[in-house]
Design a protein around this ligand. Structure first.
Ligand code: KIV
Length: 271
């Protein structure tokens, strides 16, 4: 159980204080009411309505197809379930890269229509104008560097990023630029642990890692992955806290068998 369960509502200030005190931040994705309610009641600090919904909820191969309306739908379902966690929503591919005014109006739509607390954008100095403009409206922004899945067709693969010196140096500069612009936290995805630790030491805002080692200020995972619902995805960085694929399969098979045999419903399960 989280030692921070007594906090009424996690805010960006609470996360900042946690970094200062050296307390690790827990973050998990959530996309729907029922799952988000359990995650929140467990005491999670941050729930990310990730555009990984495109993969795990909608079955797309990448995060690119999910739309702003679909992200708002997922985010508002999560908002209705959550009392304590800070809720951050991914801005989907195409909603912030081209034009900072459009980025601002799309971020405003997310905040107004879902009731979430912050947005997350993938990228560094190339999207800094959009980030600054969104911040002018008082919308908290979380950055995301390293492996940025919306750029998968540029990278060509999901392998570890920033192993080379020049990319590592650029990532560190990007992190400093995001801090200076006013981001309240940054996700670092799939980069060497030593680089992630260096970034966490170089900025004063919380660094949340996924596949970035333990030297950062917090961790995030995709909820379906850590529950073992997807039994085909087992990267090195993923710790599976359950094997729900097996458990759900057993339950579904038993139900089918009980329906077919007439064992369900029995006399006490009818009116
Ligand atoms: O969309 C997502 O789930 C994410 C996390 C992997 C950080 O961005």
């Amino acid at each position: 159980m989280s030692v921070h369960k007594n906090i009424k509502r996690v805010t960006t200030n609470v996360l900042q204080e946690m970094k200062q005190r050296g307390e690790k931040i827990s973050m998990l994705t959530g996309y729907d009411f029922s799952m988000a309610k359990i995650i929140d009641e467990a005491g999670m600090d941050v729930i990310l309505v990730g555009d990984s919904a495109s993969n795990v909820m909608a079955g797309h191969e990448t995060t690119l197809p999910i739309t702003l309306d679909q992200m708002i739908y997922h985010a508002s379902s999560v908002v209705r379930a959550v009392n304590r966690a800070l809720i951050v929503v991914d801005m989907p591919f195409g909603s912030y890269q081209g034009n900072s005014k459009e980025a601002l109006s799309n971020a405003i739509r997310i905040m107004k229509e879902s009731g979430a607390h912050a947005v997350k954008l993938e990228g560094g100095q190339e999207i800094i104008e959009s980030i600054k403009r969104i911040l002018t409206a008082g919308i908290p922004v979380m950055g995301h560097l390293g492996l940025t899945p919306q750029s998968i067709y540029k990278f060509g693969t999901y392998v570890v990023r920033a192993r080379e010196e020049d990319e590592a140096a650029r990532l560190l500069e990007d992190a400093k630029a995001l801090e200076e612009a006013g981001c309240f936290a940054i996700v670092l995805e799939k980069i060497p642990a030593s680089l992630a630790e260096k970034v966490a030491g170089a900025v004063s805002i919380p660094i949340i890692g996924i596949g970035a080692g333990g030297g950062v200020d917090g961790q995030v995972l995709v909820v379906h992955d850590m529950l073992g619902i997807n039994n085909e995805f087992s990267p090195r960085f993923l710790r599976k806290y359950d094997n729900l694929y097996e458990q759900m399969m057993t339950a579904f098979e038993k139900y089918i068998s009980d329906v077919r045999s007439g064992d369900f419903p029995n006399e006490s399960e009818q009116y």
